[in-house]
Design a protein around this ligand. Structure first.
Ligand code: ZN
Length: 269
């Protein structure tokens, strides 16, 4: 007798979003909603005690035959990866795991930030995001987007997850890290050190993005200063010094070039 091992799930709700294609990004700061079905509303009791939630989604438009893939959305020149080592939407069971920030509970709808799922995506479950879920400096595949806007949005999202306020110095730090990523490659690697001079907001954001710890291995150092921020990135064969020329606001963040914003010195040892 053949045993049926299939699993039947009912969505607990659906995503409501301006996003209609996974090839796009929601602009930073634009919320999305998870509409919970009325029969599950009781399961939202005290959910507002959480700042962040894991959402488990069903990517209903995925290719379920795919076992290996190139993350083309980011960069068509990358090698192939097995889908279990990636967050690719295409996989045998297209369950998506995404971390969202809970902004408000509006009846049986959750207004959230950071939800990269298209309008109408079924939601399978929602869970608390706990402190024990956090590993400060994990080792991850280096998947670098070709597209500048995509890279900028990616680092902005990581920076907000870490620093939790969109202050001017967070914007400065994101732009600095984008330069470092361009010259030095994967900024999370264990042999890359970074020394920051500037405000504690610049330092905190750069530390969050580079995942550079103070010890084991010692990768991060900081001098608090009210002068223009400087970050110096060093590995075995090169040094990159990025000095801010001017203060930054939202307009400058979006429009100024690296050369407008920074004095960049790159030296091969
Ligand atoms: Zn700040």
């Amino acid at each position: 007798m053949k045993i049926d091992t299939s699993i039947v799930l009912q969505p607990i709700g659906y995503v409501r979003s301006a996003l209609t294609s996974l090839d796009d990004y929601l602009p930073p700061g634009q919320p999305a909603w998870i509409d919970i079905r009325p029969e599950y509303q009781e399961a939202l009791e005290r959910i507002e005690d959480n700042s962040h939630l894991w959402a488990l989604l069903w990517f209903h438009k995925s290719d379920r035959q795919l076992l290996k893939t190139i993350p083309r959305r980011f960069n068509p020149d990358l090698p192939e990866y097995g889908v279990f080592g990636l967050r690719s939407p295409n996989r045998p069971n297209p369950i998506a795991l995404t971390l969202v920030r809970l902004e408000a509970v509006e009846g049986n709808s959750l207004r959230v930030a950071g939800l990269d799922a298209i309008d109408g995506t079924p939601v399978l479950d929602i869970k608390s995001y706990y402190e024990q879920d956090i590993v400060f400096s994990p080792v991850t595949p280096y998947i670098r987007a070709n597209d500048e806007t995509m890279r900028r949005n990616h680092f902005y999202k990581l920076a907000m997850n870490h620093h939790q306020e969109a202050c001017a110095d967070l914007l400065m730090a994101v732009r600095m890290v984008l330069v470092a990523d361009q010259y030095m490659g994967h900024i999370n690697r264990s042999d890359l050190r970074v020394a920051v001079t500037g405000s504690s907001c610049v330092a905190d954001t750069i530390q969050g993005l580079s995942r550079a710890r103070l010890a084991n291995p010692p990768r991060f150092s900081f001098n608090e200063s009210e002068d223009m921020p400087i970050s110096v990135w060093t590995d075995r064969d090169s040094t990159l010094k990025i000095t801010a020329r001017r203060r930054l606001d939202q307009n400058g963040y979006s429009n100024w070039s690296d050369r407008d914003l920074f004095h960049i010195e790159y030296m091969k040892v």
